[in-house]
Design a protein around this ligand. Sequence first.
Ligand code: ATP
Length: 313
Amino acid sequence: MQTIYCIGELLIDFVAENQGSDLSKADVFTKKPGGAPANVACAVAKLGGKSKFVGCVGEDPFGTYLLDTLEKNRVNVTLAQRSKHFTTLAYVSIASNGERDFVFSRGADKKLEYDAVVKNGFKGNVVHFGSATALLGGGLNDAYDRYLVDALAQEALISFDPNFRGDLWKGEEGTFIEKCRHFVEKAHLCKFSLEEAQLLSGENDVEKACAVLHGIGSPIIAITLGKKGTLLSTPDFKRRVASVKVEPIDTTGAGDAFIGCLLYQIARLKNPHQILDDTDQLVPMVEKANWAGAITTTNYGAIPALPEYDAIF
Ligand code: ATP
């Protein structure tokens, strides 16, 4: 089993209890661990895989809570950093007009310092870049760019999920697209939502979007389509892999469960790069990953809802 390095943010989501009112009216919040790359690390570890989280939290009780949560889920956090800056916090509510009302207090996640030791573990392993906040700048962005160079030099299998958040990039979408395209160019595998595939390719039609994205670089593309399943695209074939019928109650983290489960299976290969030579193996892997995504929607929250090995295999 190879190791999956998950690089990016770990933060607290304070979710308003009285959904349907905007944040100015919300008075009770529930503290939840957040951050897509950290969710992916948990998804891998809950399936029994080896994941290491690379990111930064504050030297405060929230930072302790977040790292404890990862450790309880069997994620290796020895490469995580603590900063004197407070842990990054996001306050979220669904307002009366159905839009997400969102306040983001960015702290320690952007203080991640590049550590040359990290790259020593990359060889023969998988490196996953999940970028909701990473591309916004700060030390995390610098570290992110340098780890990409390292991952290429160490011949790691590189995975990328843009994790686009419209509220974070309002008015700056062009910068987001430019930064993401650099990762799409270098990655071996990319996971997109339909919105991300359209945004990064400039094409509304999903087939045309795939062609543009392959043209930029990534040979393996998975576009997750919620209950409509996943469009898997490689240079050899394009296939829609059906989703599993469930009664969803909370879709948070379904995409992270999906990519975590897919990477877990790739990391079980003797050499993760084998997946590039025999892409047919991807179809049953994506079927399993769809299961992981579907199961995650049947429970509340991201990390608690991620499935264990026996639920999938
Ligand atoms: P998020 O950003 O919320 O983590 P996403 O947009 O990246 O999600 P989705 O497409 O919502 O990802 O979900 C990932 C996968 O999970 C889908 O490809 C599908 O297999 C499964 N899934 C998600 N929603 C449902 C659903 N309602 N019913 C069945 N399967 C689902």
